[in-house]
Design a protein around this ligand. Sequence first.
Ligand code: ADP
Ligand code: MG
Length: 584
Amino acid sequence: MRTAQQDAAPPTWRLLLAYVRPHRWALLIGAVLSLLTGATGLLLPLVARELIDDLSHDRTITGALLLMSGLVVANASVGALGSYVLRRTAESVVLGARRALSSYLLRLRIAAVDRTEPGDLMARITSDTTLLREVTTDSLVGLGTGGLTLLATVAMMGFVDPVLLGVTLAVILAAGTILGVIVPRINKASRQAQDAVGVMGASLERILGALRTVKASGAEHREEIRLHEAAEDSWRQSVRAAKWTAAAGNTAGLAMQIAFITVLAVGGARVATGAVDVGTLVAFLLYVFYLMSPIQQVVGAITQYQTGSAALARIQEALRLPAEPAAEPAPLPSPGAEPAALAFTDVRFRYAEDLPYVHHGVTFEVPARGMTAFVGPSGAGKTTVFSLIERFYDPESGAITLDGRSVEDWELSLLRSAIGYVEQDAPVLSGSLRDNLLLGSPEADDDALTRVVKTTRLDGLVARLPKGLDTLVGHRGTKLSGGERQRVAIARALLRRPRLLLLDEATSQLDAVNEAALRDTVADVARTTTVLVVAHRLSTVTMADRIVVMDAGRVRAVGTHRELVGADPLYAELAATQFLATAE
Ligand code: ADP
Ligand code: MG
């Protein structure tokens, strides 16, 4: 059992440090350059004091002027270089975070994805990571260089006049107390603003994923309102964050003005009594002026970190979703590899702890080679059988074995490489027809491709298309018909030469001629491969070597068509009514 302690998220700065660590040297160089910029600037008041001194003693000022110009030029060039190095490093930090998140999201368990909004996850990769840029430059470096410059300036001030330093520090302390109240509010508002961006991403994804349905339902206006609400919510929270950030910045600014006036008054009095000379007062006032920038930098670093830490927390949440172990891609089965044998033993499964059981002890056995058909009413748990074989989910109890070995003991990539799976909706990805066919077997040669295109009767389509296999199929294959999409999905699975082929209503949208042809192809494949089909056509089902009848998460009966028609009333009814009749 994990304790609550272990479950608590580690502080966000640890995650930031993990992303920054690979770039620590570049960051250090950038920070040193920034510090040098500050240091050259810091020498200017001393040269100014020299210059005033020279003037008041009627000495030539050429030396002091030359020194000053040199310092100014050095300040600008070192500053530019430092700023470039820092920004570049910050972009690398963003890149690192995006890479880590992308890899992680591809490994997410399906059960974890079920509980999240893809659009929100997308926002975490794209928008939240962007905020790390400012966190790296402004917060980390700002705090480091600003803090050091601040200390150095304060030291110089103490060196020039300790009394005036005491006056300055008192004012700064008062401002710091006020800032302590403001800063947490920035964090809260920023988090809410980023969450609202996530909600907007989810909303967008939902609409773009079903734009035809949205339009056909005349729901554009209502969806528009939802989108606008999310956008406005983000705006509202960002404005709140901006308000507190502005307040923080100006509190610091105001404190410096007050410090300036106070130093002018107290310093003036000290000049009058002869405790210090005018040059010292001018130098000190310049230092107060120079204090402005590092103080703004430190306050900026703290406020910026509040925004960044909200984004970091969102990234961290994504990285704590359950994922599959990272693995190298496994090789596909070699030609002539033995077909797989499969068994379910008393499998109990539910999609989540607060949902009812979908499998109440499912048991069946499928020997290597041949075709097994799964039939039963919709919702019986047929698709779930396939999901469990692929280990998209794991059962709560019972065993699923492939070749006599529990699927949980298989290396996941090896398990999946043995299986060809055609999902119920035959998904086709945007890209070309060729990309889609080669998705699961990028190394397949042209011969294999041509052959599988022929056996799945896609050759007619390919010949008709202007660019043949290189024709783009559109988002989710919208440029193909339902039957074409199904044949593409079947071809894709066949190209992998799987040892176990799972077809989930894979031919439901085919016309009678294509369906009959594909049926022959599948029957052919079943001679050398283990084939599992969820089917609704009597013609497919009767051809199967065995039929597993499922109902409400249980296996009711297993047998051939002839055996089951007489023995199982549900099967007899399905055969009589629900199966789609085909021209035989
Ligand atoms: P079949 O393929 O036999 O029609 P399924 O295996 O798809 O049935 O679904 C069985 C039950 O599980 C259904 O009641 C369905 O609502 C539920 N179900 C399917 N997928 C999920 C999921 N990802 N999360 C929660 N419930 C699900
Ligand atoms: Mg199904």
